[in-house]
Design a protein around this ligand. Sequence first.
Ligand SMILES: C[S@@+](CC[C@H](N)C(=O)[O-])C[C@H]1O[C@@H](n2cnc3c(N)ncnc32)[C@H](O)[C@@H]1O
Length: 454
Amino acid sequence: MKRQWQIGEILQVQITDLTKNGEGVAHEDGMTIFIDRAIPEDLVVIQISKVKQQYLKGKIVKFLQPSQFRREQDCPYFEICGGCQWRHIDYLFQMQMKRQMVINHLKHIGQIDHAKQLVQPVIGMKNPDYYRNKAQFKVSPAGIGYYKRKSHYVIPIQKCRTQSRVVGQKEIAVVDQWINESRVTLYDEKKHRGCLRGIVFRSNRRGELLLSIIVSNESELDKNELIHFFTKKIPNIVSLSININAQKGNKILGKTTKVIWGRAYIIEDMCDCYFQISAASFFQVNTDQAEKLYQCVIKLADINRTQNVFDLYCGTGTIGLCLSKYTKQVYGIECVPEAVDDARENATRNNVHNISFYLGKAEDVLPTLLEQGINADLVILDPPRKGCAQSLINCLIQCGISKIIYVSCDSATMARDICLFTQGGYQIETVQPVDLFPQTGHVETVVLMSRVEK
Ligand SMILES: C[S@@+](CC[C@H](N)C(=O)[O-])C[C@H]1O[C@@H](n2cnc3c(N)ncnc32)[C@H](O)[C@@H]1O
């Protein structure tokens, strides 16, 4: 008879797996149990906290034998903060688990039986902290911070080990001071009332900062006071803007950005190119690792000056520009207007003339380019987390492009899309994960595919 589970039940389990969200996985009497913050090889006593038909949730009551992969906690906020999910795990083991996650997705979602042979060891970081070049803070009466784990309640923080050192304790304290002194009202997500919604810092490796103040409306802000305060207290700010987000919900940036002081962007150099990054455009959050990612794409592209490239979901044109000196022509497609503006500026800044950018959805623009007789030997796909539109995949399969490099920050949706490509006549040559997000359950993956059936 099937075992009846009760909330509050106590049992001993061995953890055998790990989820992206930082839950350990155990199996007992044919049931899967997810245990918050447990990790493989932990032997623990747990209490059942949730009973569902397909799974159970549990909480650790006691460690009988902690896993060899546990490590000392180095962040005072880890227990409550929703930022890092894997900070309690040894970094080398994090990378092994990320590789395994990519293999599992390719095998179970992508139906690639020999996934293990294809997936290379993860390219990791030597020092996996202080890597983020973009800090997005929510606001609360007690100071700026992040959402508490599994909630929309903001916990104030004074420092964060994943953020670049240029957004440290001092910079966070300055923002807190401005909030207190300016008496700006804080936005309440539930009531859709109040002014200040969030703070975004972006930084480059030279230590320059772009600061964006996100508000529901501008009426409460004294811009001169704002400029005077921040430029005096944080002298490495080179760009100060107000972003207006009047929409309900928790999406941080709104559509309108007004630069009130300095430049509209900061500049980063990577792979011998310069890139401008404005408040709204996409830029990989880990610059050092993004550089390794792009180098990996250049190597796998193995392209020559007679060949053309489609850079789909191109953002500010980073991958296309890095590839441009090895190709005849690059065509970039991106749906965010500011990113396309940045991409065009980036081409000019880098004196690159064999690249053109198109504004619109890749699935709409690509068929139009093909109709105009434009084609390519290599396609780069770097979609957001939800993956590619099926119509785009069908279009690529139909036109039979010989080589595809798929770059993804979500290996589950990537595996779903890859399955369609393999069914459509492509085979995977190699899979290279790159760790752009240490201390979290996320990983970036590059997949090289080639056309085997015409
Ligand atoms: C993961 S980012 C990649 C950007 C760029 N390749 C890079 O490495 O910086 C995905 C980009 O796709 C854009 N995007 C999202 N949906 C799109 C679509 N349907 N068509 C074109 N671009 C899209 C986003 O605005 C974002 O800039």
